[in-house]
Design a protein around this ligand. Structure first.
Ligand code: FDP
Length: 330
């Protein structure tokens, strides 16, 4: 074999990385590692379906609505099935909270983990071939293993997450996750069918230039946000960038520095985004990468959920930008 080819290592694969770092985890029994592998495997299947969606005409609305009243797309449904199947087969998960199901799914009383997942976020971008994502949070169950799932297992604060992450189906597919020891990003190599570490120990710039917010609703924004946006626009150094896919907007801001805001509006007084399977996961990653995540006032990870599909305003990104936006609300 050509020597130069052997000399260059392709880098560390996700499986090996998870194995090498297993001891970092407080309850290092291997179950969390297996669970992360199950998520990675399901994401490869979803990635394949996302990539061929246009070709085999599986795009478009299925006609049903999910529990939050959004129109379900076929790919949402498929992604939900893929992740649920992978997580139930593994046996590590006792309950699954999903955007696509009204109640939690009871999987296996012997499992030690609870998962909250948005299998395919940014669904209004599916039809137009724009980046979409998967978001997940992992919690330890609190009730004894072997007993039925209880509310204390399900309604946990974001600060109790033991892992969280997202998969971005973009120009490349990436898996980014944390177990509370920094954030690492892996890029999918489709010909090898494997994720490789491409963004070790990711850090979010402490300041940035990008603000991401849907200004179509600006007339119903809180006054503090209007003032903050006026400040950004009058300063001249800021750029507006809004894809309308949370994972994609968040990921770009994490790499380049910026703030993503989905505020409370007159139409959506609690905000639009879901605390348990959108905001908590990204808040954990943001903090682990040196960023900040609040609802404009309170730390997202400290909010006690009272319902599965609870919404919250969301301010996340570079620490200085989020703090500046909060100042206008004081
Ligand atoms: P979508 O409705 O397309 O699923 O959480 C849902 C979400 O997308 C986010 O991914 C995105 O950031 C936001 O909603 C976009 O909402 P607006 O269209 O109201 O801006």
């Amino acid at each position: 074999m050509e020597q130069s080819r052997i000399a260059h290592s392709i880098g560390i694969a996700l499986d090996r990385f998870i194995k090498n770092n297993q001891e970092q985890f407080q309850y290092a029994s291997g179950e969390l590692s297996q669970l992360l592998r199950d998520i990675a495997l399901a994401s490869k299947v979803v990635n394949r379906e996302v990539n061929k969606a246009g070709l085999i005409d599986i795009m478009g609305a299925l006609g049903s609505q999910n529990s939050a009243g959004d129109e379900q797309q076929k790919l949402d449904v498929l992604a939900n099935i893929r992740f649920t199947r992978a997580l139930s087969k593994g046996g590590e998960v006792c309950a699954l909270i999903s955007e696509e199901s009204e109640s939690y799914v009871d999987l296996n009383n012997e499992g030690r983990y609870v998962i909250a997942i948005d299998p395919l976020d940014g669904s209004s971008n599916i039809d137009v071939n724009v980046s979409i994502g998967t978001i997940f949070s992992v919690y330890r169950r609190k009730s004894p293993v072997g007993t039925p799932i209880a509310d204390i297992d399900i309604l946990q604060k974001g600060s109790e997450q033991v892992a969280s992450g997202y998969i971005l189906y973009g120009s490349s597919t990436m898996l980014v996750y944390t177990t509370g020891h920094g954030v690492n990003g892996f890029t999918y190599e489709p010909t090898l069918g494997e994720y490789f570490l491409s963004h070790p120990d990711l850090k979010m710039p402490s300041d940035g230039k990008i603000f991401s917010v849907n200004e179509g609703s600006a007339s119903t924004f809180p006054a503090s946000l209007t003032q903050y946006l006026n400040y950004c626009k009058s300063d001249g150094k800021y750029l507006g960038r809004y894809i309308g896919s949370l994972v994609a907007d968040f990921h770009r801001n994490m790499l380049k520095g910026g703030i993503y805001i989905y505020p409370a509006t007159a139409k959506q007084p609690e905000g639009k985004l879901r605390l348990m399977y959108e905001c908590n996961a990204l808040a954990f990653i943001a903090e682990q990468a040196g960023g900040r995540a609040t609802d404009g006032k309170r730390r997202i990870l400290d909010i006690q959920p009272t319902t599965l599909h609870q919404r919250t305003p969301f301010y996340v990104g570079s620490v200085k930008m989020v703090e500046k936006a909060e100042q206008f609300g004081k």
